[in-house]
Design a protein around this ligand. Structure first.
Ligand code: G6P
Length: 458
């Protein structure tokens, strides 16, 4: 079996037990644990000047080769082009795009630097799997350094429609670069279709059939691989952590009250303001819920030196204060807003303790919280998932209560329906979603992509 080399911008610190915020780190840790291999990328640290010799560490069957980013690269590549240009545009939010020419330069510079550092580590039989929007030029950079291995790419976030994409400076080059991979994986059929349409219209890539393309005489494939979760492991963790002191204390404090839970990175794509407003609408329009419902929203700070993120944080604090100020009673605060990161294990216990999981992003590639919430429920007495129809997960989780995340009254009504749902219906919906999650768990996701990547060049 060939060695798997995974490349991503975010690589968690091996063995640190650090809480991980973000679907990519979670999915890749689970996928790599199964098969072993090398994981290359940024170690999350900053350095004075650019470093090209990665530090290598071995942990639980995985070799980690990681680099720090020089401060100007962090500013202009990570905060700049990746997260102030690509991220908002790919989440259909042109208003949040902040383009500067030096951001585009830094994006190319860091991808070239990654290729310089990675190329010497690659052996002839390796299969390379590059992840996410930070690294779209990497196949081209590696090819220019003589790397002929199979290279696949998976996009964890949505791919925008062409009319949105073409507002982004540099989009033609990005499409050219993506066409240098052997296989491009997307979360949903929509994303795959949007890419094929864009590549055809912007740079004249030929789409022979959905999934089979050619550009500048290079044939390559596209496919749909919705990322999954480690279903049974999550269920076990949740059952175990439900009995830890921390979760017990929380449950004792709740008494008979219904817990609703939201867990997100603090990001404008997650629909947190609308979610808070919907909770307020629930308390206002369904008065029998007052005093009996608690929303716990965990929002882990993320990319906080980008002004869109800092501003959002302020607005959420204002809203949370307003809601508690308006509705709290001597013995009840409706909204628990926690602006920090928690260990994954505790969060799984909280999911299991909750009656309702609220996952209402305005746009999301997949959203693994939705899948984790389902996987962690007690099958005999499961909670209900209220899910945005604009999350990738909605394509699979058709038995969630699906809502338009911009429609505050619809979210409130969906939550009320979830809280009132009789046990037989809860069980039926949960069972149906578990079947879907099991069929396409994290192992199946990895296997399907790697099988297709093997075929793509064979
Ligand atoms: C999303 C992206 C990942 C990213 C994660 C956390 O899940 O798809 O690529 O790693 O968010 O964001 P951060 O900027 O902290 O890496």
């Amino acid at each position: 079996m060939s060695r798997l080399v995974v490349v991503s911008n975010r690589v968690p610190n091996p063995g640190s037990g650090q809480p991980q915020a973000g679907g990519l780190a979670v999915a890749l840790t689970d996928a790599l644990k199964r098969r072993g291999g090398l994981w290359f990328g940024w170690n999350g640290q900053l350095s004075q000047s650019a470093v090209t010799r990665p530090r290598v560490a071995h942990h639980e069957g995985i070799d980690y080769a990681t680099l720090p980013l020089a401060k100007p690269d962090y500013d202009d590549f990570y905060l700049g082009y990746a997260n102030a240009v690509i991220w908002p545009v790919f989440h259909f939010n042109l208003g949040a795009m902040d383009y500067q020419r030096r951001y585009g330069e830094a994006y190319r510079r860091v991808n070239a630097l990654f290729a310089d550092a990675l190329a010497p580590l690659i052996e002839p039989d390796d299969i390379l799997w590059v992840h996410d929007y930070h690294l779209m030029p990497l196949a081209r950079e590696l090819r220019e350094r003589g790397i002929g291995n199979r290279i696949g790419f998976f996009l964890h976030i949505p791919f925008p429609d062409y009319d949105v994409l073409r507002a982004m400076p540099g989009h033609r080059q990005l499409l050219e670069d993506l066409c240098r991979f052997d296989l491009l994986g997307f979360q949903t059929r929509n994303d795959q279709h949007a890419f094929e349409e864009s590549a055809g219209r912007a740079i004249g890539a030929l789409v022979h059939a959905p999934g089979a393309l050619r550009h500048r005489n290079h044939p390559f494939g596209t496919g749909v691989y919705p990322v999954g979760v480690a279903v049974d492991e999550l269920a076990r963790t949740a059952a175990r952590t439900l009995t830890t002191n921390r979760v017990r204390r929380l449950l004792n404090g709740l008494g008979e009250r219904d817990l609703m839970i939201g867990v997100d990175r603090l990001d404008y794509s997650k629909g947190l303001e609308q979610r808070f407003r919907a909770f307020e609408a629930l308390l206002e329009d369904y008065p029998h819920r007052r005093g009996h419902t608690v929303l716990m929203q965990i929002a882990s700070p993320s990319r906080s030196s980008i002004s869109e993120y800092a501003d959002l944080r302020q607005r959420l604090e204002g809203l949370a204060g307003h809601i508690n100020g308006t509705y709290a009673d001597l013995d009840w605060a409706p909204l628990h807003y926690l602006n920090r990161t928690f260990a994954r294990g505790s969060i799984m216990g909280l999911y299991r303790a909750a009656r309702v999981g609220l996952v209402t992003p305005l746009r999301d590639g997949m959203n693994l919280v939705a899948k984790e919430f389902v996987a962690t429920q007690d099958p005999d007495n499961p909670g209900v998932l209220v899910l945005s129809e604009l999350a990738g997960a909605a394509a699979e989780l058709t038995d969630a209560i699906r809502v338009n995340p911009y429609d505050i009254d619809a979210i409130a009504a969906g939550v009320n329906q979830a809280l009132a749902m009789p046990l037989p219906e809860r069980r039926r919906r949960h069972e149906a979603m578990m079947t879907t999650l099991r069929e396409n768990d994290i192992g199946a996701w990895e296997q399907r992509f790697l099988d297709d990547l093997g075929v793509a060049r064979a």
